[in-house]
Design a protein around this ligand. Structure first.
Ligand code: CP
Ligand code: NVA
Length: 324
């Protein structure tokens, strides 16, 4: 991995549009590549005992409309390791819960903090926040997408296949065509992997997102057949059948059992294929213990890589990432 260069690559004080991290389809491939490279470098430096204080004195505000373990801890630890700090706002114990608008909240927080991370139900809450914030806004998961998780997932796959070696690989998505699935579709445009999606007919990903990816040249297929999707796949990835915003848990428990990732499904993938899951997993539902705890599983590397990837995202948003 390349050595860290602490060059400030954009003035922090100059008036400019904040560098938001909202969605992979809103960002240039070259910038995502730079963030991934920096994440790998930060991980290597941390393993060597180095924690460069790139964000000394800076503060991240985190708004959570929904629960979190990984996102909350990895952002807070990440800010601490970069020399800054993080604070949490829960809508129920801030004025957001009493009706202060997201636009006014954005304006106020921007007077105090250097960046805002939000996990919210509606994607429009994220875009509204970004439209009115004077500081960078980071998407910590919405009903539509989860780009921070994808950066960690791509980093994890590069650790398996080598940096820059995502193109030409086959990734099979099995299960719900949810926010994670759509973010994989967006990533396929940038990184040249083939994405084979298998979901029950009623749970397929947003056709507009798939159409946009296809129009941009991505190789994405959507079907219902798990065997066809995982055949020859280098990675099999799934997620919970019941997302935090899903209203129909009972129907989902009926509709998804044929989409469980188990040893028989993994056996159809390519030799050496890895298994990924953003977590939290519902063991015995979308994935068996044998797969979660088996040799193909890289799920805890994925969880760890949230820390490194988000430190790189924070450094990118705040203009303190290396330029060469
Ligand atoms: N994967 C993920 O975002 O986990 P949390 O819900 O625990 O943050
Ligand atoms: N699809 C899941 C991801 C959790 C990290 C959800 O939105 O609940």
């Amino acid at each position: 991995m390349t050595a860290l260069d602490l060059t400030i690559d954009a003035p922090l004080t100059a008036a400019r549009t904040p560098r938001h991290f909202l969605d992979l389809d809103a960002l240039p491939t070259a910038e995502l590549r730079r963030i991934l490279d920096f994440a790998h470098a930060l991980k290597a430096r941390r393993a060597a005992g180095e924690r460069p204080p790139l964000l000394g004195g800076r503060t991240l505000a985190m708004i959570f409309e929904k629960p979190s373990t990984r996102t909350r801890v990895s952002f807070e630890v990440g800010m601490n390791e970069l020399g800054g700090s993080a604070l949490i706002l829960n809508p129920q114990d801030s004025q957001l819960g009493r009706g202060e608008t997201i636009a006014d909240t954005a304006r106020v927080l921007s007077r105090y903090v250097d960046a805002i991370m939000i996990r919210c139900h509606a994607h429009e809450t994220l875009t509204e926040l970004a439209a009115h914030a004077g500081v960078p806004v980071i998407n910590g998961l919405t009903r539509r997408s989860h780009p921070c998780q994808l950066m960690a997932d791509l980093m994890t796959l590069e650790e398996q296949w080598g940096p820059g070696n995502l193109a030409g690989r086959r990734i099979a998505w099995v299960g719900d065509g949810n926010n994670m699935c759509v973010t994989f579709v967006q990533a396929a445009v940038h990184f040249g992997f083939e994405l084979a999606i298998a979901c029950p007919a009623a749970y397929q990903p947003d056709p507009d997102a798939v159409a946009a990816a296809l129009a941009a040249g991505a190789r994405v297929t959507v079907g219902e057949d798990v065997g066809a999707a995982v055949a020859g796949a280098d990675c099999v990835v799934t997620d919970t059948w019941v997302s935090m915003d899903s209203k129909d848990a009972e129907a989902r428990q009926r509709d998804f059992p044929a989409y469980q990732v188990n040893d028989a499904v993994m056996a159809k993938a390519a030799p050496g294929a890895v298994f990924m899951h953003c977590l939290p997993a519902h063991r015995g539902e979308e994935v068996t213990d044998a797969v979660m705890d088996g040799p193909a599983s890289v799920v805890f590397d994925e969880a760890e890589n949230r820390l490194h990837a988000q430190k790189a995202v924070l450094a990118w948003c705040l203009g303190v990432m290396e330029t060469k």
